[in-house]
Design a protein around this ligand. Structure first.
Ligand code: TRP
Ligand code: SF4
Length: 340
């Protein structure tokens, strides 16, 4: 490919743009994560300098009563990341709690974050309602977005890829960055929200795919689990009998076909289903086969990684080391700015 000097310069500049995003280790990853976040993270690697991390302190805000899950899912998630094509040679992975500087930056930001900014945060209010069975009426949970701001600004990110639910948190990060810069001088870029389109794939019960609903297809599910889950999937709810016509546009099984089946199959089902020319049982069987085929390379990579966990641990040691070096630099500037 022949690029002009200007084009090359532009690419170089974009390369230097930084991306930070994290995931809370509160369970295994599913297809919602894959199509809602990870494949987007993977693409971003081509253009940006990416930092992807395990937000274990954030996990503790809601899971403080069952910390085992955090330890267990941390490496589960890292294996999934690498299996789907996040590349530790290209991006930097780290574990939040390994970089203690995050805690110090969080503390300093907490001094300049007005309480009403946190109290009016829509995600906060929503979660208090949704997770009412857990007691998350805590200081730590209210401060969740302040810790998130520390994660992002520590690496002077220019962009933060997140789903819609997380956008208010990144807005808060932007406000904290502006306030800090206003008070102490220009240290932090004000990062942009890079909104990730939500995945079209619903859970097997047609609600949003979520581990807590028990309706998710996991990246670690084997053939039998996939077959059973696809079997139980709700199709077009209007189609009660085999002889009824169906509507692929409202059918979650069809959404899976659109991603995992070849175009010829997808087109055939789009044609046949409204004529009752194909039954849901057969349609699901075809989809399950395509899904298993599509996930096989991910699973193969995962098996390979699992057989050499020392190498995976080394990847994290190296990622933590690189991140820590940047964090130390940022903290030196911040301490200087706040004269402590
Ligand atoms: N709050 C995010 C979530 O629940 C996880 C997270 C923590 C994060 N720190 C971050 C995401 C910084 C992006 C940037 O999904
Ligand atoms: Fe959905 Fe396939 Fe049944 Fe049509 S035939 S309703 S697309 S599962």
């Amino acid at each position: 490919m022949n690029l002009t000097i200007q084009e090359r310069g532009k690419i170089e500049q974009m390369k230097r743009m930084k991306i930070v995003s994290g995931m809370r280790p509160t369970g295994k990853m599913h297809l919602g994560h894959l199509h809602g976040a990870l494949l987007n993270w993977k693409d971003l690697q081509e253009e940006y300098d990416c930092f992807y991390f395990i937000a274990d302190w954030h996990a503790l805000t809601s899971e403080y009563a069952r910390p085992d899950i955090i330890r267990e899912s941390t490496y589960d998630i890292i294996l999934d990341w690498i299996s789907v094509g996040l590349d530790p040679e290209v991006s930097t992975f780290f574990i939040q709690s390994e970089i203690k500087e995050h805690a110090e930056l969080y503390l300093i930001f907490s001094m300049i974050t007005p309480l009403p900014w946190l109290e009016r945060n829509p995600t906060y209010k929503e979660q208090l309602n949704e997770l009412s069975q857990k007691n998350i009426y805590t200081y730590g949970f209210l401060g969740y977005p302040v810790l998130q701001a520390a994660d992002i600004l520590m690496y002077k990110a220019n962009g933060v890829p997140v789903g819609e639910d997380q956008a208010p948190h990144v807005e808060l990060t932007r406000e904290i960055a502006r306030r800090f810069n206003h008070l102490y001088g220009d240290i932090f870029p004000v990062p942009k929200v890079l909104l990730t389109p939500t995945s079209k794939l619903l859970g097997i019960d047609r609600r949003k795919m979520s581990k807590s609903y028990g309706n998710a297809i996991l990246l670690t599910d084997g053939d039998d689990e996939i077959d059973q889950k696809v079997d139980r999937m709700i199709t077009d709810p209007q189609r009660a009998r085999r002889s009824d016509p169906g509507d692929p546009n409202v059918c979650n099984v069809f959404s899976f076909h659109e991603i995992y089946s070849d175009q010829e199959t997808t087109e055939r089902i789009r044609r046949e289903c409204p004529l009752a020319g194909i039954g849901c049982v057969d349609c699901k069987r075809e989809m399950a086969a395509a899904l298993k085929r599509g996930l096989e390379p991910i699973r193969a990579k995962r098996r390979e990684l699992e057989s050499d966990m020392d190498a995976v641990k080394d990847i994290m040691v190296e990622g933590n080391r690189r991140s820590r070096a940047i964090a130390r630099e940022t903290l030196a500037q911040v301490r200087d700015a706040v004269k402590i």
